[in-house]
Design a protein around this ligand. Structure first.
Ligand code: FAD
Ligand code: SF4
Length: 463
């Protein structure tokens, strides 16, 4: 008999007033008992609607059945058939818009907690299982992957499994992309990302860091060096600004810079000499996951007040509901329906306030959301010593501007053929945020997988 409890089995987590002062992971994950209890809520639907909502088509009911039977290693193998980064996806995927959105248990209650179960299985494997790198016969062909984020790592892993000799070129000093330098430790512990990277290296993938393609080497030089195809997974790391007065003041950061300094350069550790202001009063501008991450990070750095400044209402916020809920619980102040007009500074050029104007919602705009309209004369100031801009990112133009034949659309995203991920230059493939603009980990992975299949087909067609 299935467990007909309409609610998900709760996942234990740190108390809000404790966790907002440390960088440890917020949620502890399920115990075996909790996982089995939750797995028993699955009805094993014949048509598997949950699977259709998963961009990499994880065999969801099958792995949940294995959890219910206590076969956790079997469940891990089932997930790994289609998802190379389960410990990461179980933590950061927006399941509420994907697999869980389609779950039939969601019609009369809460859907099965598929993400929590995926995380449980991956964590169980990390503690108890073994990663044995399969011996694959080398096929004698070389592929270069540019960018070590989820798109590049997935593409590299899949190609290595087919026998290709793969080299990943990464601009920064550590692999992982946004998983390593964007998403904070308290949501995605870096040890987990590192373990996935180590598994990939054990498969024979070579990762060269501090290699900015377009500067150190060009795409053309990669071909000259014997690589038969090039995959571009360079993400969307170019931060957008509002172009309002005061953005050049000391204490104004892009969310990218703020989070990278804290995550990758460990600014949160007292014994690390990483320059970052430990702000007292912070305004984070934006309403997406990146804004929530920056706000919650600022609290953990010891800020006394952290404001989210967002020009629409809460229902229109693009951030995951869970992130908004966690941010509120931790004490982030939400200033909704207001938009910055300028950032003010003192005589030393340091931020001391942000001036905003109140907004009201008008008719829906091109995005389908009601358009925010300024309310004349409603300006007000919030005293702050730090402003973090989290209003979106665009792909960096470096590679396209140094490589002939790679076309981009008006948003700077690389143009690819949908079914092959091949760019307008023969032998060059691309996926992830560099193609879609800022999106999600699982979509980047799905694109990386698709590209690996196409690269294999392309190279075999040339033999
Ligand atoms: P990236 O992860 O950006 O990786 C690109 C890599 O390429 C980087 O390592 C970069 O250094 C490297 N690179 C760039 N240019 C070059 C070059 N010229 N030469 C060599 N290397 C280069 N998604 C979710 O699904 N859930 C979440 O909860 C979530 N939270 C997020 C929080 C933050 C703060 C941010 C910034 C993003 C978040 N996302 C989330 C989005 C998700 O992380 C991205 O969609 C995903 O990482 C995109 O993967 P990618 O491989 O395309 O690019
Ligand atoms: Fe189980 Fe929900 Fe998938 Fe049905 S839709 S198989 S109940 S997880």
């Amino acid at each position: 008999m299935p467990n007909m409890n309409p609610k998900k089995t709760p996942m234990p987590e740190q108390e809000p007033n404790v966790r907002n002062k440390n960088f440890d992971e917020v949620s502890y994950g399920y115990t075996e008992e909790m996982a089995k209890n939750e797995a028993e809520r699955c009805l094993h639907c014949k048509h598997k609607p949950c699977m259709k909502g998963c961009p990499v088509a994880v065999h969801i009911p099958d792995f949940i059945q294995q959890v219910a039977e206590g076969d956790y290693e079997g469940a891990y193998r089932t997930i790994k058939m289609t998802n190379s980064l389960p410990a990461i996806c179980g933590r950061v995927c927006p399941q509420e818009n994907q697999c869980e959105h389609n779950c039939v248990r969601g019609i009369k209650g809460e859907p099965v907690a598929i993400g929590r179960l995926e995380r449980f299985v991956a964590d169980w494997h990390m503690k108890h299982g073994k990663d044995e790198a399969e011996k694959v016969e080398p096929n004698g062909h070389k592929v270069a992957v540019v960018g070590a984020g989820p798109a590049g790592l997935t593409c590299a892993g899949d190609l290595a499994a087919m026998g290709y000799s793969v080299t990943v070129f990464e601009a920064l000093h550590a692999a992982g992309g946004v998983l390593m330098y964007g998403i904070p430790q308290f949501r995605l512990p870096k040890e987990i990302v590192q373990r996935e990277i180590d598994t990939l290296k054990a498969k024979g993938v070579e990762i060269k860091t501090d290699m900015v393609i377009g500067k150190v080497l060009s795409v053309d030089e990669l071909f000259e060096n014997g690589y038969e195809a090039v995959f571009i997974g360079t993400g969307a790391g170019l931060p957008n600004f509002m172009n309002i007065p005061g953005e050049g003041l000391v204490g104004v950061y892009s969310a990218n810079e703020f989070l990278t300094r804290v995550n990758l350069m460990k600014a949160y550790k007292p014994d690390y000499d990483t320059p970052i202001i430990h702000p007292k009063n912070v305004a984070v501008v934006g309403g997406g996951n990146v804004a929530m991450d920056a706000a919650r990070t600022a609290l953990r750095l010891g800020a006394e007040s952290v404001h989210i400044v967002y020009r629409r209402a809460e229902e229109q916020m693009p951030a995951r509901r869970e992130e908004i809920h966690h941010a509120k619980e931790e004490g982030v102040i939400f200033d909704l329906l207001c938009n910055p007009v300028q950032i003010l500074g003192d005589e030393n050029g340091k931020v001391n306030a942000i001036e905003c104007i109140r907004m009201e919602l008008g008719e829906p705009d091109a995005s389908g959301r009601r358009k925010p309209i300024p309310v004349e004369g409603s300006n007000f100031k919030i005293p702050v010593d730090c402003v973090v801009m989290a209003i979106g990112n665009s792909p960096n133009p470096l590679i396209r501007s140094t490589t002939k034949g790679i076309e981009a659309n008006s948003h700077g995203c690389i143009v690819v053929k949908d079914d092959t991920m091949e760019t307008t230059r023969e032998g060059v493939f691309a996926a992830g945020d560099a193609v879609s603009g800022a999106a999600t980990v699982i979509l980047a992975m799905g694109g990386g997988k698709e590209a690996a299949r196409s690269i294999d087909k392309y190279i075999r067609s040339k033999k």
